[in-house]
Design a protein around this ligand. Structure first.
Ligand code: NDP
Length: 449
C-alpha cells in the first residue's frame, strides 16, 4: 500500500491478509499507520519490539448467538460481538452498537479507533467496542428488552468494572443500557454501577453523559476556531444525523453563537434557515422516535425537507458529520468545498473517507478526526466511572466544566504533537501520534503480554 513507511507496509499487509473482507478495519488501521511514519523513524524500538503489530491484533474477540422471542411469538436469532482490543491503559472501554450493518469488521474498526481516542483523553481506559446486527427500529419496548436481556446473558461473563465497561453507541441509548444493566444485576446479584456507563441519573448515571459527545465535539471546534483567530459567531453550520451526537452538537453550537441550518437522518435532510429548533427535534427524535421529515411538516413552511440526497449540498462554514462511517466521500467533500466550508470536525466515528480528507487538505479546509473531536463521550463515561467508584455524583455545571477542560487539553495535545513531528496544524497526525505514544509506552512497560 502506497504512502506507508517501509517498516509499516508489511504490518498493513498482514492486517489485510489476516482480517479478510473487513474493509472498515483496514481503513482505520491504514489511517493510523500512515501517521506513524515519522514516529518509527525517530523511535525504531516501536517496530523492533512488535508493539505496532501487537496493537493491530485484538487481545480478545467474542462472537455469540443472541436468541430472543418477538411479539408474534417467533424466535429471532441475532449475532453479538465484543472486541476487546487493548487494555494497556485500563479496562476495555467503548460502546455497543445495535444496527443491521454491524459485523465483525465494523466492531473491529470502532474498537481499534477507541484505543487511540481513549488514550488521548489521558484517562485510565483501554479500548473496546461491541454490538449486534439487531435493529431496534420499529421494535416494541418489550422486544428491545428481551433482546437486551438475551444479549447480556452471554456478555456478562466478559464484563466487570476492572475488566470491560461498555456504553451506548448507535441504536443503544439509556433505554437499552437500563435493560442491559438490569439483566447484569440480576445474573450477578451485584449492583456494580461501574460495569456500564450511560446509565440514568437516578441509578448511577452522570450528569452531562447524554450531552457529552455532541457538546464535547463543539468544545473541540471552539478551540479549533480560536487557534485560527475565529469563533462560532454568525457561522452557518451543517450537522448530519439527528441522533444523540447530532442533537447535542446542535444545542451547543446555538449556545455558542453559530446557526445550524440543516440536519438529517438516513432518509434525507431538513433545512431551516432560522436555525434548527432543538426542542422540536428532541420531541420528534427522542420522544416520538420519528423521522426527520416530521420536523419539516411540524415547522409548516419555515423548513423544507429533501429526500435521498446528502445534507452536504447545503452551503455552510462548518460541517459536523454526526451520523455514520464513510458518509463523506469524494463527491460530498466536493459539495462542501464548493459551498465555502472551512472547518470539518467528526462527531461520528470515521465519517470522512481518505479521499474526502485528502480533498479537504488540498483545499485548505481544517479537519479534525473523530478520535480527537468526539472523545468527550468516552471521557465523560470515565467521569461516570469515577463517580461510581467514589459513590459520589457531581453537578451538571461542574461536570460540563471538566468536559470542556478535557476537550481543550485534547485539542492542545493534538496541535503540540503535530508541531513536534513537523506537521503544524495537522490534527490527524497530532491525534494519531499522541494517542499512539501513550498506549505504546504502556505496552512496552507491561512486557510481552
Ligand atoms: P444514534 O443512533 O443516536 O444516531 C445516528 C443518527 O445518524 C440517526 O439520526 C441516523 O438516522 C443517522 N444516520 C445513520 N446513517 C445515516 C446515513 N447514511 N445518512 C444520514 N444519516 C444517517 O447514534 P449516535 O448519535 O450515538 O452516534 C452517531 C455517530 O457518533 C456514530 O458514528 C457513533 O459511533 C459516534 N459516536 C457516538 C458516541 C456516543 O456517545 N453516542 C460517542 C462517540 C462517537 P436513522 O435514524 O435514519 O438511522
Amino acid at each position: 500500500m502506497s504512502g506507508l513507511h517501509y517498516n509499516l507496509h508489511d504490518i498493513y499487509e498482514e492486517v489485510s491478509r489476516r482480517n479478510p473482507g473487513e474493509t472498515e478495519f483496514h481503513q482505520a488501521v491504514y489511517e493510523v499507520l500512515h501517521s506513524l511514519g515519522p514516529v518509527v523513524s525517530k523511535h525504531p524500538e516501536y517496530v523492533d519490539t512488535a508493539v505496532i503489530r501487537r496493537l493491530c491484533e485484538p487481545e480478545r474477540q467474542i462472537i455469540f448467538r443472541v436468541p430472543w422471542i418477538d411479539d408474534t411469538g417467533t424466535v429471532q436469532i441475532n449475532r453479538g460481538f465484543r472486541v476487546e482490543f487493548n487494555s494497556a491503559l485500563g479496562p476495555f472501554k467503548g460502546g455497543l452498537r445495535f444496527h443491521p450493518t454491524v459485523y465483525l469488521g465494523i466492531v473491529k474498526f470502532l474498537s481499534f479507533e477507541q484505543i487511540f481516542k481513549n488514550s488521548l483523553t489521558g484517562m485510565p481506559i483501554g479500548g473496546g467496542k461491541g454490538g449486534s446486527d439487531f435493529d431496534p427500529k420499529g421494535r416494541s419496548d418489550g422486544e428491545v428488552m428481551r433482546f437486551c436481556q438475551s444479549f447480556m446473558t452471554e456478555l456478562y461473563r466478559h464484563l466487570g468494572e476492572y475488566t470491560d465497561v461498555p456504553a451506548g453507541d448507535v441504536g443503544v441509548g439509556m433505554r437499552e443500557i437500563g435493560y442491559l444493566f438490569g439483566q447484569y444485576k440480576r445474573i450477578t446479584n451485584r449492583y456494580e454501577s461501574g460495569v456500564l456507563t450511560g446509565k440514568g441519573l437516578t441509578w448511577g448515571g452522570s450528569q452531562v453523559r447524554t450531552e457529552a459527545t455532541g457538546y464535547g465535539t463543539v468544545f473541540f471546534i471552539k478551540e479549533m476556531l480560536k487557534a485560527a483567530n475565529d469563533s462560532f459567531d454568525g457561522k452557518r453550520v451543517v450537522v448530519s444525523g439527528s441522533g444523540n451526537v447530532a442533537i447535542y452538537a446542535i444545542e451547543q453550537i446555538h449556545e455558542l453563537g453559530g446557526t445550524v441550518v440543516a440536519c438529517s437522518d438516513s432518509s434525507g435532510y431538513v433545512v431551516d434557515e432560522k436555525g434548527i429548533d432543538v426542542a422540536l427535534l428532541k420531541e420528534i427524535k427522542e420522544v416520538k422516535r420519528g423521522r426527520i421529515i416530521d420536523y419539516a411538516e411540524a415547522r409548516a413552511g419555515a423548513a423544507h425537507s429533501v429526500q435521498g440526497r446528502p445534507v452536504w449540498e447545503v452551503p455552510c462554514d462548518i460541517a459536523v458529520p454526526c451520523a455514520t462511517q464513510n458518509e463523506i466521500n469524494g463527491d460530498e467533500a466536493a459539495y462542501l468545498i464548493k459551498g465555502g466550508c472551512r472547518f470539518v470536525a467528526e462527531g461520528a466515528n470515521m465519517p470522512c473517507s481518505p479521499a474526502a480528507i485528502k480533498q479537504f487538505n488540498e483545499a485548505g479546509v481544517t479537519f479534525a478526526p473523530g478520535k480527537a473531536a468526539n472523545a468527550g463521550g468516552v471521557a465523560t463515561s470515565a467521569l461516570e466511572m469515577q463517580q461510581n467508584a467514589s459513590r459520589d455524583s457531581w453537578t451538571f455545571v461542574d461536570t460540563e466544566k471538566r468536559l470542556e477542560e478535557i476537550m481543550r487539553r485534547i485539542h492542545n495535545r493534538c496541535l503540540s504533537t503535530a508541531e513536534e513531528y513537523d506537521q503544524p496544524g495537522n490534527y490527524v497526525a497530532g491525534a494519531n501520534i499522541a494517542g499512539f505514544i501513550r498506549v505504546a509506552d504502556a505496552m512496552l512497560a507491561l512486557g510481552l503480554v
